[in-house]
Design a protein around this ligand. Structure first.
Ligand code: SAH
Length: 234
């Protein structure tokens, strides 16, 4: 089951109350982007369908709309970026979220990745350390009626112990190491996708085998903004 399409969460949203418009032109650009992702090796239908349904330009400032359907990262304020669509597609494919699974995302940023995970059917908990980004993403996701996402202004190093265990965990900032708290909050049989490294990162797919064992696979090279400790106020 995929919650995109006619009966999707995006149907009957509150777009009309806002200035946001998803025009034929946007839809055309989005289709082209999906084609580009397929050429680059993304084949997970559920990921492609979710990314084809979600207007990425809603998550960028109006002035940068033109850039929304390029396969590039883009500044979203507070020195942070919305990840490159290829990276979102790659990580979402690795995470392979199934309907109703409990998913923790660290690094809400614009909220785009959280929305993709929710459109794949996840019950998403997303954490951001920058208060201004947290507030903006929360408002955007609310205006899209994405009720299966809960936003938190917290330090992601600690995860969300009160909602653990999670079936899936995704970290969208470059972590110096895999935080212990996140390992602990992963359900047995659960999967975490996390880019690890200080200046450049290697993507890891970590599966929890039992209480004490984790199967770790190194997947490829990526570049992310850093995973930082502590909270930022506005
Ligand atoms: N997933 C985002 C991309 C975010 S970039 C999107 O789809 O737009 C990474 C984000 O991680 C930034 O917003 C950064 O502020 C946040 N971040 C970095 N360290 C963090 C921490 N310790 N806890 C929570 N968020 C963190």
């Amino acid at each position: 089951m995929l919650v995109v399409g006619k009966n999707s969460n995006l149907a009957g949203t509150r777009y009309h109350k806002m200035i946001m418009k998803d025009t034929y032109r946007h839809k055309g650009l989005r289709r082209r982007l999906i084609g580009e992702l397929q050429k680059k090796g993304i084949s997970d239908e559920r990921v492609l369908e979710a990314m084809g349904a979600l207007p990425r330009h809603f998550f960028l400032d109006k002035a940068f709309e033109e850039w929304a359907y390029e396969d590039k990262p883009f500044p979203i304020g507070s020195e942070q970026t919305i990840s490159q669509p290829y990276t979102v597609a790659y990580m979402s494919s690795l995470l392979d979220v199934q309907p109703r699974e409990k998913v923790l995302e660290i690094g809400t940023g614009s909220g785009y990745q959280a929305a993709i995970l929710a459109l794949m059917g996840g019950r998403v908990y997303t954490v951001e350390r920058h208060e201004s980004l947290y507030l903006k993403a929360k408002e955007m996701l609310h205006s899209l009626n994405m009720n299966n996402i809960r936003c938190f202004h917290r330090d992601g190093f600690k995860g969300l112990p009160e909602f653990a265990p999670f079936n899936k965990i995704m970290v969208t900032a470059g972590a110096p190491e895999v935080p212990d708290a996140l390992r602990q909050q992963l359900a047995i049989g659960g999967v975490m996708v996390i880019p690890v490294g200080k200046t450049a990162q290697k993507m890891y797919r970590i599966e929890r085998i039992d209480e004490t064992h984790y199967d770790e696979k190194e997947m490829g090279d990526f570049r992310f903004v850093p995973f930082l400790k502590g909270l930022e106020k506005k």
